[in-house]
Design a protein around this ligand. Structure first.
Ligand code: NZQ
Ligand code: ZN
Length: 384
């Protein structure tokens, strides 16, 4: 295990009815800007519930943050927040709203062009504090310091991180996920699954707890994911999925171990050019990625085959084949397609995707930084 520093300052308020506790978490006298997405929280009543909880505060609203939140939209919120002297933000929604709010929080006090935070990795030296009320378990954004923002004008979908951008608190009320469309439930399961895989399925690092923790999260997703689709109002199932998705990307399982993230980087380019949902891109890329890089991942693939899928029979090649096949079948079983061609995207789409990776400097990806543009091209081709 490598040396590490683990830091996570986000307070989690977990369980039914916890929105009522938000008032205690927001600094007294704060001018709060509530941020939300395309209107699901208006329809479900969650926005009203949050506003009721904040009745003692000055509250403003900014709606319309889209899935794969855009710089163009978020800058409108930055303008509003600056004009109204907002000093606390509260994101109410899924990963896109929370990510967008992280950008707004960093951009409000930023001196210069805020897009540089993504494009030039400009450092943030201050940020407006914020909290979140999560409505979609998937990204882990509610307990991490990262965000992924899209600039529509140039088709750039880029990630950034800052220790100043952990939510101060996040409300995780599983009952708020009952209204999710099946597609978003599935997306959440796949996204969390791939977050675990990208921190686990690399090479052995003698990190027993991280490995067993990761395997526990994967097994929980395999058990509970399909149940959430069958029984949308099963509290126990929703609660387990919600906490699993948070733990999948709050930093805990990634400490002291190598991490990959190549599947995410290739996936982001598919969303940028073709508009697929984040998780849809991961379900397409991961099986092909594991196939192309099966030799360097051999030891962990065998461990994954045995401990996650119970595969102990047959030779090593057969076990790895079967583990990759089971991964694909799992995604398909929760109704997420696993090929580009399922979305009408063919081989001709590959060169522009590789060109995007090149433009974004993604030429040495993976835990060994050895996935070249040529390797990525093979992955995309296999994913058609
Ligand atoms: O916009 P509204 O109307 O709220 O509807 C949303 C949206 O259409 C809807 N929804 C959310 N909660 C709901 C609901 N509908 C009914 N009932 C509810 N309770 O779901 C749709 C998708 O929402 P979105 O926030 O886009 O989904 P998700 O949470 O999957 O977030 C995806 C974004 O997060 C980024 C992705 O790249 C993508 O931009 N990621 C962020 C990460 C991070 N910060 O650490 C890591 C991830 O790997 C990922 O890249
Ligand atoms: Zn993801």
């Amino acid at each position: 295990m490598e040396n590490f520093t683990f830091y996570n300052p986000t307070r989690i308020l977990f369980g039914a009815g916890r929105i009522a506790d938000v008032a205690r978490e927001v600094p007294a006298g704060a001018r709060v800007l509530i941020t939300y997405g395309g209107g699901s929280v208006v329809k479900t009543g969650t926005l009203d519930e949050v506003k009721a909880a904040l009745s003692g505060f000055t509250v403003l609203e900014f709606g319309g943050i889209e899935p794969n939140p855009t710089y163009e939209t978020l800058m409108k919120a930055v303008e509003l927040a600056r004009k109204e002297k907002v000093d606390f933000l509260l994101a109410v929604g899924g990963g896109s709203v929370i990510d967008g709010t992280k950008f707004i929080a960093g951009a409000i006090p930023f001196d210069g062009e805020p897009w540089d935070i993504l494009a030039k990795r400009a450092r943030i030296t201050s940020a407006v504090p914020f909290g979140s009320v999560l409505t979609l378990p998937a990204t882990g954004s509610e307990m991490n310091s990262g965000a992924v923002i899209t600039k529509r004008a140039t088709n750039d979908k880029l990630a950034f991180f800052s220790n100043l951008l952990y939510p101060r608190f996040s409300v995780l009320d599983p009952t708020k996920t009952y209204t999710l469309p099946a597609r978003q439930v599935s997306n959440g399961v796949v996204d969390a699954f791939v977050h675990v895989v990208e921190q686990y399925l690399t090479y052995p690092a003698d990190a027993k707890v991280q490995d067993r923790f990761a395997e526990g999260l994967l097994l929980t997703l395999i058990e509970e994911g399909p149940k959430a689709l069958r029984e949308p109002e099963n509290y126990a199932v929703r609660a387990n999925l919600m906490w699993t998705a948070t733990l999948a990307l709050n930093g805990l399982i990634g400490v002291g171990v190598p991490t990959d993230w190549a599947t995410h980087m290739l996936g982001h380019e598919i969303t940028a050019l073709h508009g697929l949902d984040h998780a849809q891109t991961l379900a397409i890329v991961l099986p092909a990625m594991l196939q192309v890089r099966r030799e360097e991942k051999q030891a962990k693939l065998l461990q994954y085959a045995e401990r996650v899928w119970g595969l102990t029979q047959g030779d090593e090649k057969a076990r790895i084949d079967e583990a990759i096949a089971r991964t694909r079948q799992f995604f398909e079983s929760v109704q997420v397609k696993t090929r580009l061609s399922d979305y009408g995207i063919g081989k001709d789409a590959v060169p522009p995707l590789v060109a995007q990776l090149e433009r974004h400097g993604m030429k040495a990806l993976g835990e060994h930084q050895n996935l070249t543009l040529e390797g990525s091209r093979q992955v995309y081709e296999l994913a058609v």
